[in-house]
Design a protein. Structure first.
Length: 257
């Protein structure tokens, strides 16, 4: 039991001395860590951010980076798990229940693009525990689906450049063989006209914004090379339980369908 107060104290300490104004809390509502709050803070700063998203890797629906945006946003989810949210979620989400790799990504993106019918994307999030870099790279090549905000899980086991070799059948085994390091993503996004604005406190997700909005994130401009938070293990085991279903239903109860 000693570990619980130790890691909670350690994270609180990291939050206290954090200088990034986008990070104001150490836990989110539906996200694994405080990602959904960081996303909300970024959206507040962006003028006319489209209220649409695409997320690759959503689990059963209760823990990801975009469910917190419902009902103000609508979007698309891609994963191979069964969604356990109340069925009303289908009014806001189009779900592609499939394992995604480069072999089927093109068809998924084409279908999403057709459904959007020219509408712009506010946010794309990728957390697949494997071929993330290859998937992100391919999405960035699809200029028609360029988002205002791009969120990626980075592999904080590597401080230098690292990209997992592409494997169309990869299933994460709990090892350090997955995704790509922050430095590798930083290079990729800078080459494609995005700049970093934050990484979450536990060193899991990195947040990039279209470079045309760089002037809105003054602080991030000063330390883009030092935005990467190191890995912080075990904390998610000690989070206070949240009644996510109650929160979700309470939000939707205010809407007349």
């Amino acid at each position: 039991m000693f570990l619980k107060p130790y890691y909670i104290f350690k994270l609180k300490f990291r939050l206290k001395f954090n200088k990034n104004p986008l990070i104001k809390v150490d836990a989110g509502v539906f996200s694994q860590n405080e990602e959904d709050f960081i996303i909300s803070e970024i959206i507040k700063l962006l003028p006319n951010c489209p209220s649409t998203f695409i997320e690759f890797g959503v689990g059963n629906g209760w823990e990801n980076n975009t469910v917190n945006l419902i009902p103000k946003f609508t979007g698309f989810w891609v994963d191979f798990e069964k969604i356990k949210l109340p069925q009303v979620y289908t009014k806001f989400i189009t779900y592609y229940e499939k394992y995604v790799n480069l072999e089927n990504l093109g068809n998924i993106l084409e279908d999403i693009s057709n459904r959007l019918n020219g509408e712009k994307i506010g946010l794309i999030s990728v957390d697949l525990d494997g071929n993330d870099f290859a998937i992100v790279q391919e999405i960035l090549n699809k200029k028609s689906l360029r988002p205002f905000i791009f969120v990626v899980e980075y592999n904080s086991n590597f401080s230098d450049e690292y990209v997992m070799e592409y494997d169309p059948d990869h299933i994460w085994d709990g090892s350090a063989r997955y995704g790509a390091s922050y430095k590798s993503y930083l290079k990729l996004f800078q080459e494609n006209g995005f700049f970093p604005v934050a990484t979450n406190l536990t060193g899991v997700n990195a947040f990039f914004v279209d470079i045309k909005y760089k002037n809105l994130f003054k602080y991030a401009q000063e330390f883009s090379e030092n935005l990467c938070n190191p890995k912080f293990k075990y904390y998610t085991k000690f989070r206070k339980p949240i009644d996510k279903e109650f929160i979700f239903n309470a939000r939707l109860s205010k809407i007349n369908f």
